[in-house]
Design a protein around this ligand. Structure first.
Ligand SMILES: [Zn+2]
Length: 159
């Protein structure tokens, strides 16, 4: 069957920067619910429309269409005492954005003395991305998956 709205698509992918450096790769295939549920990058979803098992896609995206531009205002430095004692580089913390009220996910990028620097940019923000994917399975979503807006079962969402 061809990928269409409410297909559950299972795929393997690799992501590269435009110098050809590999940024990410699936160890296990991922499954997502196709059809505008915001489960995958929109241009990747568009390229997968109509594809079937065994088909490949190769999509090059501007940063803005991939993981966003790198925004300097998403980097903040705070006193260490606002963090848990065991804080270390690579830990993730949620915080409200005072401007928008959105919850942002900050990654600790540096600890220097009593100062902790956190960054809410995606690690691939500001990078043009080449996404190479291969479809390994296509099936129809269940009514429950459509109602939830995500995939259940193998490679999917567990409640
Ligand atoms: Zn669910």
């Amino acid at each position: 069957m061809q990928i269409a709205k409410n297909s559950v698509v299972t795929l393997n992918y690799e992501m590269f920067d435009l110098e050809g450096k590999q940024l990410d790769k699936t160890e296990e295939p991922i499954a997502y619910l196709h059809g505008g549920y915001d489960n995958i990058l929109p241009l990747v979803e568009e390229a997968l429309e109509g594809k079937t098992v065994g088909d490949s896609i190769d999509v090059v995206m501007e940063a803005d269409d991939a993981f966003g531009e790198h925004e300097p205002e998403l980097i903040r430095t705070e006193d260490k005492d606002v963090f848990p004692q065991e804080v270390e580089v690579g830990m993730m913390f949620e915080a409200d954005d005072p401007q928008t009220g959105d919850v942002l996910l900050f990654r600790v990028v540096e600890i220097a003395g009593n100062q902790v620097t956190v960054d809410a940019n995606h690690p691939f923000a500001g990078i043009k991305i080449r996404f190479v994917g291969k479809v390994v399975d296509v099936r129809e979503a269940t009514g429950e998956e459509i109602a939830h807006g995500h995939v259940h079962g193998e490679h999917g969402h567990h409640h």
